[in-house]
Design a protein around this ligand. Structure first.
Ligand SMILES: *Cc1c(COP(=O)(O)O)cnc(C)c1O
Length: 352
C-alpha cells in the first residue's frame, strides 16, 4: 500500500524526519504534507516527545500490566470528548473500529452496520450496508430493526477531504435516536486534528461511540474507542464482550500521546494551524479551475486532472503531497509560514 500505485514510480524511502520535512535515503529533502497520514500534528521528531519517550523506555517498554501514563492518557481523552465516559486503548485505528463495531452489535443485539462509500475504517473484514456521504436519504433507505450502528468519518478524509453538509451529522444523530441505532464517529483522523475535541466539538454533535488513533499516539502505534458508560461496561472484564491486546497502553505510545495532547492544549495552536492551512489553500487557487481544493482546519484535499503529473512536479520541487488524490494532506505545527510560501511558489511554477 506504500507502492505509489496511484501516482506511479517509486515511493520515497524515508531516512529521517525533522519538523516539517523528511529526508529520503538519497539525501533529498521534502516538505512533508503527509505527516504519517495525519498522526504527526507536531511534526517529525518533536524534541519533547523524543525525550519523554526515551525516558519512558529507559524504564521498560511494555509491561502487560497497567502503567500510570496509560491512565493519564485515558483521562485526557475523556475530558477532551464529553461523549466519552470510558475509553479502551488498543494498538491501531483498525482495532479501534473492530472494538466499537463488536460492542455496538452486542449492545443493540442487532447485526447490521451502515457505512458510507466515501469513508475508510481500516482493513478489518466487515460486511456493511453502504450509503452515500452527505446524503441522508440514502441512509433512510437502509434503516431497519436489524441495524446496530451507523459508522461515519465526520469529515470524510479518505476520499479527498469532504466536509459534512450543514445538517448531515445532526441528521444522522436524529435517525439514530429515532431507531435506537448507535452513532459511531470514526475520528481516527479528526480527533485532536480539526479541534481539540475533534469533529464532535467543531460541529456540536455527540456520538455514542468514538474511534481514535493517529494523533493520540504522537507518532507511535495506538488506537482507542470509547463512549457511554452503559455501552462500554459491556466490555470484558466488566462485561461479556471480549477484547484485549498485549501492547495496548504501552509506555512508548501513551507517553508520546500524552506529550502531544499537552502541547495541543495551547489553544492558540489550532488557530495558527488553521491560518497556515488557509494561506496555503488560498495560494493554491493560483492554478484556477484546474485545481479543486477543500479544507477543514489543517486538513485539506485537492482534485486535479492529472494528479500523478502534478504530484511528481511537486516532488521535484521538494514538496511531498499525499501520493493519491484520495488521501488527505496535513499541515503540522512545525510548518513555518516560510514553508507555506515555498510550497505556494512551487505550485505556481508547476505549470500544470
Ligand atoms: C487511518 C484510519 C483508520 C485505520 O487506522 P490504522 O491505525 O491505520 O489501523 C481508521 N479510520 C480512519 C478514518 C483512518 O483515517
Amino acid at each position: 500500500m506504500r507502492a505509489f500505485g496511484a501516482v506511479g514510480g517509486n515511493p520515497l524511502l524515508a531516512a529521517e524526519g525533522r519538523g516539517s520535512s523528511i529526508k529520503s535515503i538519497d539525501g533529498k529533502e521534502y516538505l512533508d504534507y503527509v505527516g504519517s497520514y495525519g498522526a504527526l500534528i507536531l511534526g517529525h521528531a518533536h524534541p519533547k516527545i523524543v525525550s519523554a519517550v526515551k525516558r519512558a523506555i529507559d524504564s521498560g517498554s511494555s509491561f502487560g500490566t497497567t502503567n500510570i501514563k496509560e491512565v493519564e492518557l485515558a483521562k485526557e481523552i475523556c475530558s477532551a470528548f464529553p461523549s466519552i465516559e470510558k475509553v479502551r486503548l488498543v494498538n491501531s485505528g483498525t482495532e479501534a473500529v473492530m472494538g466499537a463495531l463488536k460492542l455496538a452489535k452486542a449492545f443493540t443485539k442487532r447485526k447490521l452496520i451502515i457505512k458510507f462509500k466515501e469513508c475508510y475504517h481500516g482493513w478489518s473484514e466487515q460486511s456493511y450496508l453502504e450509503a452515500r456521504f452527505n446524503d441522508l436519504e440514502s441512509v433512510k433507505k437502509l434503516i431497519s430493526k436489524e441495524v446496530a450502528a451507523i459508522i461515519v468519518e465526520p469529515v470524510a478524509g479518505n476520499s479527498g477531504v469532504i466536509p459534512p453538509g450543514e445538517d448531515f451529522l445532526r441528521g444522522l444523530r436524529k435517525i439514530c435516536d429515532k431507531n435506537d441505532i448507535l452513532l459511531i464517529f470514526d475520528e481516527v483522523i479528526t480527533g485532536f486534528r480539526v479541534s481539540f475535541g475533534g469533529a464532535q466539538e467543531l460541529y456540536g454533535v455527540k456520538a455514542d461511540l468514538t474511534c481514535l488513533g493517529k494523533i493520540i499516539g504522537g507518532g507511535f502505534p495506538i488506537g482507542a474507542f470509547g463512549g457511554k458508560e452503559e455501552i462500554m461496561k459491556l466490555l470484558a472484564p466488566e462485561g461479556p464482550v471480549y477484547q484485549a491486546g498485549t501492547f495496548s497502553g504501552n509506555p512508548a505510545s501513551v507517553t508520546a500521546g500524552l506529550e502531544t495532547l499537552k502541547a495541543l492544549k495551547n489553544k492558540k495552536i489550532y488557530a495558527k494551524l488553521e491560518e497556515k492551512t488557509k494561506i496555503l489553500c488560498e495560494g493554491m487557487t493560483c492554478l484556477g479551475d484546474r485545481l479543486k481544493i477543500s479544507r477543514v482546519g489543517s486538513m485539506f484535499g485537492f482534485q486535479i486532472d492529472d494528479y500523478p503529473s502534478f504530484f511528481w512536479k511537486m516532488i521535484n520541487s521538494g514538496i511531498y503531497f499525499a501520493p493519491s488524490a484520495r488521501e488527505a494532506n496535513f499541515v503540522s505545527a512545525a510548518h513555518s509560514f516560510e514553508d507555506i510560501e515555498e510550497t505556494i511558489r512551487a505550485v505556481r511554477s508547476s505549470n500544470v
